[in-house]
Design a protein around this ligand. Structure first.
Ligand code: NAP
Length: 288
């Protein structure tokens, strides 16, 4: 119920209509019985600074930032947490003492399902497919886990080199190599953790996999194959992985856990109803 004292949270993006965050967060807020509402705010890039001023004026408690604002918002904030600095992107902003503070909960979301596995990550070679925005959180996550090295595979050498060079000023010590796509057959047999951060496998490419089926047989024993895509689930990539008996993880838990981490920050709580958030998304995505 919206009342005179309802507090505001939300997500800014352009477009933002597809965002599942309002559904997930409002379900959690309802479960907690808190007088908050989480709204979608479609903000065009040129209106970002105005939107921030407006949010400050109306007392918005905090918000998520999605494409195209994740990088553009950085110079407009008063403070950036080290993890967001390392990733070079902000997905969560909170208002504290009349200041906007930006952080990045995608890293925490990405590593959450991995931390449930009993692993010595120091021997793990991570192979990351793609070098876009999500790959940045994944590289930071693999580094936080303590992986031995991260091999990033991309299709555009110039973008790959820029990606590699961007970590040189990062507070994270990243042991990173870059490769073009045709190097995959040579490195796949060392990929203890293989992560797809490309949109290959998502609608309308649901019949496609970023790794050709024959290569899955070369994965090392006990490998983990992780697709950031959460719909469809499983993607072709994960279906092929499952036939070889490796551990397969889809992107739903990352989505849930990055949201849970953001909600904890805004509400200043140690716990939030993660199960409700997960169930709400599962219902929306898979049980229509
Ligand atoms: P992005 O910034 O556009 O990056 C996409 C990357 O994939 C780029 O490196 C791009 O290569 C590469 N790529 C795209 N199509 C390709 C193709 N046909 N062949 C080879 N490489 C290709 O997108 P993003 O924000 O990182 O998101 C990527 C995926 O992660 C999306 O599917 C998104 O839904 C998912 N995601 C999931 C979560 C979650 O919570 N589960 C969070 C974030 C993102 P170029 O650089 O050469 O263009």
């Amino acid at each position: 119920m919206i009342t005179g004292t309802t507090k505001l949270l939300g997500v800014i993006g352009h477009p933002v209509e597809h965002s599942l965050s309002p559904l997930m967060h409002n379900a959690a807020l309802a479960k907690l019985g808190l007088n908050y509402v989480y709204l979608p705010f479609p903000i065009e890039p040129q209106n970002l600074a105005k939107a921030l001023d407006g949010f400050a004026a109306i007392g918005v408690v905090g918000f998520n930032a999605t494409i195209p604002h994740k990088q553009a918002i950085i110079p407009l904030l008063s403070e950036i947490e080290p993890i967001a600095q390392a990733v070079g992107a902000v997905n969560t902003v909170v208002r504290k003492n009349h200041r906007w503070i930006g952080t990045n909960t995608d890293v925490e979301g990405f590593i959450a399902p991995l931390q449930l596995l009993d692993r010595d990550w120091s021997q793990t070679v991570a192979v990351v497919l793609g070098n876009g925005g999500a790959a940045r959180a994944v590289v930071a996550g693999c580094t936080q886990l303590g992986c031995a090295s991260v091999d990033v595979v991309g299709r555009n050498l110039q973008k790959l080199e820029e990606f590699r060079d961007s970590w040189q000023d990062s507070p994270l010590v990243v042991n990173l190599q870059i490769h073009q796509w045709d190097a995959l057959p040579k490195i796949i047999d060392q990929a203890n953790l293989l992560i797809n951060t490309t949109p290959i496998g998502m609608y309308p490419q649901i019949e496609n996999s970023p790794l050709e089926p024959a290569l899955f047989a070369h994965l090392p024993k006990g490998a983990i194959v992780y697709d950031l895509i959460y719909t469809p689930s499983p993607t072709k990539f994960l279906q092929y992985a499952q036939t070889t008996g490796v551990i397969a993880i889809d992107g739903l838990e990352m989505l849930v856990q990055q949201g849970a981490a953001a909600l904890k920050i805004w509400l200043q709580r140690e716990t939030v109803p993660v199960d409700v958030m997960r169930q709400t998304l599962q219902q929306q995505l898979y049980q229509k």
